[in-house]
Design a binder for this molecule. Structure first.
Ligand SMILES: [Zn+2]
Length: 169
């Protein structure tokens, strides 16, 4: 493969990849093909089965015990395929409020946090997800984003990696 910027041949390596494009700060993907150009530093990443990946991330997020962090609210809203206005209508609030939840300017309340999780379950029924888990969500005023490592499963999709924190390159 040649670099689209300068034409130098790129070298491809398997790396653990910090998936910043998700908008989430601590999501790492195991064994991703990353092509780098020694000439100009351009890089290209091939992430397979991206729909499955987003589903697995969403399912992991709704099972966290602490409140959803602002970046996680945005990820889940986009996962549902909604604009800020779409989500505001369903949550009975204004787009401005949704925007403040997603930037962290104001915390999302416990009821809205649970609503968002349930909307995700409505989109893709999650195995072993009990609504009783909603009783376990902690009250924390500045929730931290989840650390999540993902690896390929045997069917070519994705699964959360056990021993969740692993180091990215
Ligand atoms: Zn280049």
């Amino acid at each position: 493969m040649k670099c689209i910027s300068c034409g130098t041949a790129m070298k491809t390596k398997r790396e653990n990849y910090h998936y910043v494009e998700s908008g989430l700060p601590h999501v790492s993907l195991e064994s991703i093909d990353v092509s780098r150009c020694a000439g100009c530093g351009e890089s290209e990443v091939a992430i397979p089965a991206i729909e499955d990946l987003h589903r697995v991330i969403a399912e992991s997020l709704i099972q966290k015990r602490s409140r959803l962090a602002p970046a996680e609210i945005r990820f889940l809203r986009k996962y549902l395929g909604w604009s800020g206005t779409d989500f505001a209508k369903r949550a009975g609030t204004t787009p401005e409020t949704v925007s403040r939840w997603e930037t962290g300017a104001s915390p999302m309340g416990g009821a809205s946090d649970r609503l968002l999780r349930l909307l995700v379950v409505t989109k893709t029924p999650v195995n072993d997800y009990s609504v009783d888990a909603l009783a376990e969500i902690e009250v924390d005023r500045s929730p931290r984003p989840m650390r999540l490592g993902l690896t390929r499963d045997r069917k070519g999709g994705w699964r959360p990696r056990s021993g969740r924190d692993f180091v990215t390159a």
